[in-house]
Design a protein around this ligand. Structure first.
Ligand code: F6P
Length: 366
């Protein structure tokens, strides 16, 4: 009797495990027939690529729901272009995308694929799309991901780029999904640093993300009353733009100081290399100075309302234009409107840095 009970318990455990494990693994192993377009259902796909950004999940949801409502079948490609090359697919339905808008990161995972960045990789990816009946792909990511989308379109698979990066560095659009969440996270962190900075009469040099774009540094520097803001777009003179500004603020009665440095300042694109600025400040002013890199803390967290709304609008727009048969487009926000632009043209567009806001921020930080 006891033995039967034991066997029955083991059976239940195995059944449970199968229930939880199979839906994920089986997607990867499921035969391609299950993913192929049925006679009257065109198949489209969605992937996230490059650095993740808060709001990507809200795009996945809105794209999927809109595409399904228009009679399409939706495949989620996991791990970006790398996953496309590895056929790492799951089917997305109304249930799988329900309740994900509030989640940071990307449920589809992301990657930066070296293989896809070669002509052979693009060819292989296009062949896989044909094999699985994928007619079009929504690519959520930055401009590197858009270049991939353009190449894939040229290889015969319609792609629509959706701007998703915390850096706000895609020049064809006024806004990239994730930026608002990242800057709000960043000012929250700077506020905390200011508390301890004030208590100890210290100077803090804080390095923020943004690669070669100074938008995160500028916006958070202005909002957090930074005394010095260094951005990759503007060369700086250490004496005038750093030391003199700190000493001037001291003369104006400040006892603690905030210096914001965009990670791409000086053209280097690796984090944690501006510590020398802090060392030099301490040496030349005698002010106790500390150095902080916020790094990936800025990329996580639940998306703000702005990012969720923007993501929802852009995801819907992408599904609609794919349905209309448009290809090689980038979704953008222009003067408050959601529009779509030819990818090749979009990659050539240059949006200038906001020099006016920058000089205003410096006046306020004196
Ligand atoms: O592009 C987004 C971003 O977070 C940049 O701000 C940063 O330079 C980079 O990605 C970091 O990349 P990784 O996560 O690969 O270190």
């Amino acid at each position: 009797m006891l033995r039967h009970k034991k066997i029955f318990t083991i059976f239940l455990v195995i059944l449970n495990l199968a229930f939880f494990v199979l839906p994920i693994d089986s997607y990867a192993n499921e035969s391609k027939e299950n993913f192929c377009a049925s006679a009257n259902k065109p198949t489209v796909a969605v992937l996230t690529s490059g650095g993740d950004s808060p709001g990507m999940n809200a795009v996945i949801r809105s794209f999927t729901k809109t595409a399904i409502s228009m009679g399409m079948k939706v495949i989620g490609i996991r791990h970006g272009y790398e996953g496309l090359l590895n056929k790492d697919f799951i089917e997305l339905n109304l249930e799988t995308v329900s309740g994900i808008s509030c989640l940071g990161g990307t449920i589809l995972h992301s990657s930066r694929s070296k293989e896809f960045n070669t002509p052979e990789g693009v060819k292989k990816a296009a062949a896989i799309c044909r094999e699985y009946g994928i007619k079009g792909i929504a690519v959520i990511g930055g401009d590197g991901s858009f270049r991939g989308a353009r190449d894939l379109t040229n290889a015969g698979i319609s792609c629509i780029g959706i701007p998703g990066t915390i850096d706000n560095d895609i020049k064809c659009t006024d806004y990239t999904i994730g930026f608002d969440t990242a800057i709000n996270t960043t000012i929250g962190l700077i506020d905390r640093v200011r508390d301890t900075s004030r208590s100890h009469d210290r100077c803090f040099v804080i390095e923020v993300m943004g690669m070669n774009c100074g938008d995160i540094a500028l916006q958070t520097g202005l909002a957090s009353e930074a005394n010095v803001i260094l951005v990759p777009e503007i060369e700086y003179n250490f004496q005038e733009d750093v030391i003199d500004r700190i000493l001037n603020a001291k003369l104006n009665g400040e006892s603690h100081f905030i210096v914001i440095v965009g990670e791409g300042v000086g053209g280097v694109s690796k984090i944690a290399r501006h510590s020398t600025i802090a060392e030099q400040i301490e040496k030349e002013t005698g002010i106790d100075t500390r150095y902080l890199v916020f790094g990936h803390l800025q990329r996580g967290g639940a998306p703000t309302l702005k990012d969720r709304v923007m993501a929802s609008k852009m995801g819907m727009h992408a599904a609609r234009i794919l349905n209309e048969g448009k290809e090689n487009r980038v979704i953008a926000q222009k003067n408050g409107e959601i529009v779509d632009i030819d990818i090749t043209e979009a990659l050539k567009i240059d949006r200038p840095f906001d020099y006016k806001l920058y000089s205003d921020a410096l006046v306020l930080g004196q």
